[in-house]
Design a protein around this ligand. Structure first.
Ligand code: KIV
Ligand code: NA
Length: 262
């Protein structure tokens, strides 16, 4: 299979062929998603919430991201695998971001990083790209900023959003992820840049879509955001399988002879 690269994504954007992206955090799931034909896998710091069970993405460390990225990178043969720069690797001095990005390229088989921020991150993006680290920018709602924002909210400053995306593009970002903005804002951003835009909670007028895999599989408990959709009930299937197993063991119908050694 031919590996999807940042050039493939640009071509897809130019041909108006929708780019698809999902999160992955472990080997078997990444393998399944890769075989499904997904274009981009994201080792997101959302793993702090959907895998580690924290309330925000902030507890995720660089070592943890590397641990997950190593598995996902090894599992995927076709998708471009992008890795989130966890808090505060993208907020401290620029050299630290280059070191973190270099770790991703050296210690995993993933080949790009994602960094929250736009205009204020332009210098950092440029330095990382110069160092050979492809960067996807992330504008709009920035979960690593939650304590300053005071919550997760739709981002409505269209002028600022467009300026962020343009600055990221000018700095060399290969794509711009847009989180939680109106359809109109995302359309304006997409019209303002030539690189692909990938939306989450950003409507349909973008170059591609990304969602959190656990959300689309029905594996997240409690609150799920308005912008996601359940494509399967894997959570329910897991609970059912476990309770069936328990019942069979209690009844004595598991294991059968077929499942036992002579
Ligand atoms: O961490 C993540 O999964 C993300 C997506 C929500 C885009 O950044
Ligand atoms: Na993230």
């Amino acid at each position: 299979v031919k590996r999807i690269t940042i050039r493939t994504l640009q071509r897809m954007r130019d041909n108006e062929d929708a780019i698809t992206m999902l999160t992955a955090y472990d080997f078997p799931t990444a393998q399944l998603l890769d075989r499904s034909g997904i274009d981009v896998l994201l080792v997101g710091d959302s793993l702090g919430m959907v895998v580690q069970g924290h309330e925000t993405t902030l507890p995720v460390t660089m070592d943890q991201i590397i641990y997950h990225a190593e598995m996902v990178g090894r599992a995927s043969k076709r998708a471009l695998v992008v890795v989130d720069l966890p808090f505060p690797e993208g907020q401290l001095e620029i050299n630290r971001s280059i070191e973190a990005g270099a770790r991703v390229l050296q210690e995993t088989q993933c080949s790009a990083i994602k960094l929250e921020g736009g205009a204020e991150q332009a210098g950092r993006i440029a330095a990382m790209v110069t160092a050979g680290i492809p960067v996807m920018a992330h504008v709009g709602l920035r979960p690593q900023n939650i304590h300053v924002e005071g919550g997760y909210r739709v981002q409505r400053d269209i002028e600022q959003l467009v300026a962020d995306a343009k600055a990221a593009e000018a700095a060399g970002a290969f794509a711009v992820l847009i989180e939680c903005v109106s359809t109109d804002a995302a359309e304006a951003i997409t019209a303002a840049v030539k690189v692909p835009t990938i939306g989450i909670g950003a409507g349909g007028k973008v170059s591609g879509q990304v969602l959190v895999t656990h959300d689309i599989l029905g594996m997240t408990s409690g609150y799920t955001p308005k912008f996601t959709r359940n494509f399967a009930e894997v959570g329910k299937a897991i609970e059912q399988a476990a309770s069936d197993y328990i019942a069979e063991v209690k009844k004595g119908s598991f294991p059968s002879e077929k499942e036992s050694f002579e």
